[in-house]
Design a protein around this ligand. Structure first.
Ligand SMILES: O=P(O)(O)OC[C@H]1O[C@H](OP(=O)(O)OP(=O)(O)O)[C@H](O)[C@@H]1O
Ligand SMILES: O=C(O)c1cc(=O)[nH]c(=O)[nH]1
Ligand SMILES: [Mg+2]
Length: 192
């Protein structure tokens, strides 16, 4: 799938939003990629996951035991990646603010995991999820996401693969442009 084909999936599902958004990191943006809308069509979700799985190096695919994704945004794409890779998929939750396994999910010591996200902006959530996998005894082989909107500003300790790179400006609380500040803000994600 080319980047243009991925973007047309976002346009077709009205997932490229414009307005004033407070992101998970606390930064602000005039653009938001609402992956939940892209993934609401199961066939589209499975197409995107198959394309993402096909982008992973063969050696990496051969090593993966399990797919782990951080709730909420990672759950559907994580499940679809599990289907595409023929592996089980689990998710991490943070009802108390810190990611961990619940619902009987857990890892065997040294279990080899790929962490699957919907979007990476600052990489904070992905790093927290990878830490949770390590705390549970797993080994993180790679991070994978549908969208990389980090603009290349983030570094991870493991290889990172994204289906598409889309860079939109983000602003700290004290640097929001006046035109953006004038638009009522919404916070679409679930981080408290
Ligand atoms: O790279 P980052 O700066 O961490 O931003 C990306 C994260 O933000 C969103 O999650 P969010 O915390 O909004 O919660 P959700 O997944 O429950 O929607 C998205 O699903 C990623 O997890
Ligand atoms: O950084 C985020 O919180 C974020 C950005 C984005 O475009 N989409 C999303 O789901 N989360
Ligand atoms: Mg998330």
């Amino acid at each position: 799938m080319t980047e243009e084909e991925v973007l047309s999936e976002f346009r077709a599902s009205e997932a490229l939003l414009e307005g004033h958004f407070k992101l998970s990191s606390g930064r602000h943006s005039a653009h938001y990629l609402q992956c939940a809308r892209v993934l609401m069509d199961p066939m589209r979700a499975s197409r995107l996951a198959a394309a993402l799985a096909a982008k992973l190096p063969r050696e990496l695919r051969a090593e993966i035991d399990t797919v782990v994704s951080p709730a909420m945004g990672g759950i559907i794409i994580g499940h679809e990646m599990g289907r595409a890779l023929g592996k089980e998929a689990m998710f991490l939750e943070r009802p108390d603010g810190t990611f961990g396994f619940r619902r009987g999910f857990g890892l065997k010591p040294g279990e080899k995991v790929i962490v699957v996200e919907d979007v990476v902006t600052t990489g904070l959530s992905s790093k927290e999820a990878m830490k949770a996998v390590e705390n549970a005894g797993g080994e993180v082989l790679a991070l994978v996401s549908i969208v990389n909107r980090s603009g290349g500003d983030v570094e991870f300790d493991v290889p990172y693969h994204a289906l598409v790179e889309i860079t939109f400006p983000t602003y700290a609380e004290d640097e929001i442009p006046a035109e953006l500040a004038a638009v009522p803000v919404t916070k679409p994600g679930s981080r408290k």
